[in-house]
Design a protein around this ligand. Structure first.
Ligand code: HEC
Length: 458
């Protein structure tokens, strides 16, 4: 008796597995339906590589960077780190594509509303992973992108300071910040992830894969039939025209192998980046967010004025709630993209907007979100604008907050003109009191515009 028979005699798993593999899947379930399982597959890759990295990583400001350098010297170290880095990016792409597929197929319609809601939360968790993981190498890029990112969160109305202190473990970026991000990255988010993925899969298995929408309605309405009965009748018809599940599973496997090959090639050929160690006093470092946050930062650039934090906060919250609760207000019957033109057009617009914003963010010459980038540059005079430019070029934003954006090594300059006159500011720039480096080589004309710009910060 083979080992499988031995186990099967006791647990009766053979019939379970057979039933699982042979269960019917609706007609037309094809390659687009592999996006969900590909996302799941990458999550597993992240868990495996993440655990390997956690065995060597030290979450303290003094040691983090060296521990990452050490990982790169180990056998397979760069490979594991590279795979973790690139599959994070691939994960964002795949979860985005999977969401789009579900949206354009209206697969969130009755009875799968909750599957969408849980999926939207999973989307948020994935972005949380990306945001917290970015800081861990504690290199320049990690540090300054997180300075900017947490400042944006910290500019939320009323609760901004609270959020900032919660995220950073104090007003500045220190080991407290790093251990917090690490704890969130390896405990809070994975626990939420497992719970939500479990729920998501439970729902998908319980309800079966949604039948892809048909161009023409397949069945006539029967008067008096309930929604539930009608759905059951139509879904049964789709399944009897379909194929066994293992055929879909084969497609899933092909896609998973393809993805892991691409990720491995990127990990080997490009590797995971590691810049110089984070330096809180680095003058003029231009922080750039990871590509999947470029669109958000580009959007921030367009919003300005005194209501800016409120607008950002409201737009973000409302945007996410619409996304989260979509199935609750989009409840029509039509599912084919051509038969729901408004939704299809809206979805296409979002895709184009994200693409354009990401492109603009990637090609913008000036640091999109650095320091003064968030001030109301629209209302400045030519000289003040030139001064803003000097402020950005000289890297003042690396140490100074202006309107919630920039570094925190020096005092917040959002209202500096209310405290200091131009002469005092100039004196500080030329002969700083203490830790600030002196800027004696700023040309007189530039100094005039710089002071002109700073005088608007009241
Ligand atoms: C390396 C970090 C750093 C950079 C870069 C930097 N500063 Fe400062 N700045 C400080 C610190 C720290 C202070 C507090 C006083 C001191 O240490 O001199 C300060 C103080 C100031 C003050 C006085 C604010 C107050 O409320 O007392 C002004 C104004 C100022 N900086 C303007 C600038 C300008 C303009 C630039 C760019 C040309 C700049 N800083 C670049 C760190 C920096």
């Amino acid at each position: 008796m083979g080992i499988f028979d031995w186990v099967d005699e006791r647990l009766g798993v053979k019939s379970l597995v057979r039933g699982f593999l042979d269960r019917p899947v609706p007609a037309n379930v094809g390659w687009l339906n592999t996006l969900g399982s590909a996302t799941l597959f990458l999550l597993l890759v992240q868990i495996a590589t993440g655990i390997s990295l956690a065995l060597f990583y030290v979450p303290a400001a003094d040691n983090a960077y060296q521990s990452v350098q050490h990982i790169d010297t180990l056998a397979f170290g760069t490979l594991v780190r590279g795979v973790h880095h690139w599959s994070a990016s691939a994960l964002v792409v795949l979860i985005g594509l999977h969401t789009l597929r579900v949206f354009f197929h209206a697969a969130y319609r009755y009875p799968r509303e909750l599957t969408w809601v849980v999926g939207a939360l999973l989307f948020l968790v994935t972005l949380g992973f990306a945001f917290t993981g970015y800081l861990l190498p504690w290199d320049q890029k990690a540090y300054w992108a997180t300075v900017v990112g947490t400042n944006v969160a910290g500019s939320a109305p009323f609760v901004g300071d609270l959020i900032l202190n919660l995220l950073r473990g104090g007003p500045a970026m220190t080991t407290a910040t790093l251990t917090r991000f690490y704890g969130i990255h390896v405990w809070v988010l994975p626990a939420s992830l497992l719970l939500l993925v479990g729920l998501h899969l439970f729902m998908v298995i319980r309800q079966g894969i949604a039948a892809p929408p048909r161009r023409n309605a397949t069945s006539e309405e029967i008067p008096g039939e309930t929604k539930k009965a009608r759905y059951a009748r139509e879904y049964a018809a789709e399944k009897s025209a379909g194929h066994p599940f293992y055929q879909s599973l084969l497609k899933d496997a092909v896609v998973a192998v393809g993805i892991i090959l691409v990720v491995a090639v990127l990990a080997i050929a490009v590797g995971a980046p590691l810049e110089a160690r984070a330096d809180p006093n680095a003058v003029g470092y231009v922080p750039r967010p990871e590509w999947y946050f470029l669109d958000v930062f580009q959007m921030l650039w367009y919003v300005s004025g005194p209501a800016e934090p409120l607008i950002i906060f409201l737009a973000g919250t409302v945007g996410f709630l619409v996304f989260l609760l979509l199935p609750l207000f989009d409840r029509g019957r039509e599912r084919h993209p051509r038969r729901r033109p408004v939704a299809t057009l809206a979805g296409a617009l979002v895709v184009v907007a994200v693409g354009v914003l990401t492109y603009q963010g990637a090609t913008a010459p000036a640091p999109v979100a650095a320091g003064a980038g968030l001030t109301a540059s629209g209302s400045l005079t030519a000289s003040q604008k030139a001064g803003l430019h000097v402020f950005e070029l000289e890297g003042c934003a690396a140490c100074h907050l202006v309107n919630g954006s920039g570094g925190t090594a020096g005092p917040d300059l959002t209202h500096v003109a209310a405290r200091l006159g131009s002469a005092e500011i100039q004196h500080q720039i030329l002969q700083p009191r203490d830790k600030m480096p002196p800027y004696t080589d700023i040309a007189p004309a530039d100094m005039t515009s710089l002071l002109d710009f700073l005088s608007t910060l009241k």
